[in-house]
Design a protein around this ligand. Structure first.
Ligand code: ADP
Ligand code: NI
Length: 216
């Protein structure tokens, strides 16, 4: 059951993300929301906070707003205030949005909660498996990257700047980020869901390299 607050939030996000690029469009948000609800079936948490944060988590990605990491939480706060939600709920959702990016997980963590863990897991699930593969090649194509180049090896432990400005082939992204996500899952349920999506990427890579070498 989707209650009135969730429904209004859904409509707000849908209209805000009408012109968003494919990696962070409404359908990404909708999948993260669905993943979060799937995780909630087996985890105890504040359902309203999780659903609101899942819906609002990419409302203003700092990558597309001159690195302004406050914009998303600001839009979120003003929208949720207009719905007259309790301050504790608003503050919690804003804290999740501020702290859950991959970037934040590389350092400077200021806030933590079970609800954040669930939304972060839900977002990470959308970066792996079949959807994760599709998103990676979509992103690589948009950036005009090659699919694969045997001479360009994946880099471990890249700095934030290196990661952001890489021009490496898309296959490298699997080794630099996507295959590492399984072990970063927070919740038991998230870990379990990540397993099969992870295996699917391994199978894909195996097949990709076979075909690259002209094998069956
Ligand atoms: P998120 O919004 O989940 O923090 P990003 O904005 O870093 O993730 O990436 C959005 C999507 O684009 C993800 O599916 C991610 O795997 C993909 N992506 C990001 N960087 C690269 C890259 N260098 N090569 C291929 N895909 C990428
Ligand atoms: Ni996201």
């Amino acid at each position: 059951m989707t209650n009135g607050i969730i429904l209004k939030t859904k409509e707000f996000v849908q209209s805000k993300l009408k012109t968003a690029e494919a990696g962070h469009d409404w359908f990404h948000v909708e999948r993260v929301w669905k993943n979060a609800r799937l995780i909630l079936e087996n985890e105890t948490a504040n359902i309203m906070v999780v659903e609101l944060a899942a819906l609002l988590h990419d409302i203003a990605d700092s990558k597309f707003h001159d690195g302004d990491e406050e914009l998303g939480p600001r839009i979120t706060r003003s929208f949720l205030s207009s719905l007259h939600l309790e301050e504790t709920t608003i503050a919690h959702v804003c804290n999740i949005i501020k702290n859950m990016s991959f970037k934040a997980s590389l350092g400077k963590i200021e806030f933590w909660s079970k609800e954040l863990e669930i939304v972060q897991d839900a977002d990470r699930l959308d970066a792996i498996g079949a959807i994760g593969i599709a998103r990676a090649f979509n992103y690589g194509g948009y950036k005009n990257r090659s699919m694969y180049d045997p001479a360009i090896k994946p880099k471990e432990n890249q700095s934030k700047e290196e990661y952001k400005n890489t021009t490496a082939p898309t296959i490298n992204h699997f080794y630099e980020k996507l295959l590492l996500l399984k072990d970063k899952m927070n919740t038991e349920t998230g870990k379990r869901l990540a397993e099969s999506r992870h295996q699917y990427m391994l199978d894909f890579l195996h097949q990709f390299f076979n075909e690259w070498e002209g094998k069956q």
